[in-house]
Design a protein around this ligand. Structure first.
Ligand code: 6PG
Length: 260
């Protein structure tokens, strides 16, 4: 069974990274408008890494897409609540911090009330306590009922060169976590501590969007989307939304090895 047999996913293939970002920007605005109209709030989890920088800049108005430039002005930032899908366990001003990247490329540039921005805390001596604190933040702000998973309106994800997503790295217990919402773990491959939303939370979202760009990702993307279903190896394959929609925003370079 390949991943896409059991979890039909939408693919949006753009000519290049700039076009990918613009497509994702329109999608982000669509998700925000729908969420606020239907539920009063737009709860979104931002991704880490470098790819989201382009999307963030577009959402802040830095785009050559004239329609998007106007569209992002209508994003209901006052009703937007920002979370993070994962974080490097470093101080918020560290160059590797996903929160720092998001601040610099988006959050400092749009009118989101500060109390609606929820970074993953990295100031606990014990990372597991930070994960517990973030779990509490999710429980408090999603107001979930016992036994319910927090349901994000949109979760943005990237894919690493080994096919991982968020901070779900092959060989770590986090990829099989079915109870906790957030885990902190030492990632041997990185020799670093990471914090991440767990697969059930990622899969509970109404919309999940991967942004994948570049020829260096073409081979692993083909394995993820068309190869054998091996989520322990390529953890992006574990993202199969329970009831939501999965969309892959790709550029032609990343999609070059896909058969269809
Ligand atoms: C992180 C991530 C990680 C990232 C991928 C892609 O904190 O690094 O969340 O999963 O999304 O590794 O990273 P790039 O966008 O830099 O290619």
């Amino acid at each position: 069974m390949t991943a896409n047999e059991s979890s039909p996913a939408r693919r949006v293939v753009s000519a290049d990274f700039a076009a990918l970002v613009d497509q994702a920007g329109h999608f982000f605005a669509d998700c925000a408008a729908e969420a606020v109209a239907q539920r009063g709030w737009f709860r979104v989890a931002l991704s880490g890494g470098s790819t989201p920088r382009g999307l963030h800049q577009a959402l802040a108005g830095e785009t050559t897409d004239v329609e998007l430039k106007q569209r992002v002005k209508t994003i209901p930032w006052a009703k937007t609540v920002v979370y993070f899908g994962d974080e490097r366990y470093v101080p918020p001003d560290h160059p590797d911090s996903n929160y720092r990247m998001a601040r610099e490329t988006l959050l400092n540039l749009v009118p989101i009330p500060p109390e609606q921005i929820h970074p993953m805390p990295t100031n606990f001596d014990v990372p597991a306590e930070a994960a517990a604190a973030y779990t509490q933040t999710l429980q408090d702000t999603f107001q979930t009922q016992p036994g319910e998973w927090p349901q994000f309106d949109l979760i943005l994800l990237g894919m690493g060169p080994d096919g991982h997503t968020a901070s779900l790295f092959p060989g770590t217990a986090a990829i099989h976590e079915q109870t906790s919402w957030v885990v902190s773990h030492f990632v041997p491959k990185l020799q670093a501590e990471r914090m991440t939303l767990t697969p059930p939370v990622l899969c509970a979202a109404r919309q999940v969007a991967f942004l994948v760009s570049g020829s260096e990702n073409a081979a692993v993307l083909q394995r993820v989307l068309e190869g054998p279903f091996e989520p322990d190896v390529r953890t992006s394959q574990s993202i199969r939304p329970t009831s939501g929609t999965l969309t892959w925003f790709l550029d032609e370079a990343a999609a070059a090895k896909l058969s269809k």
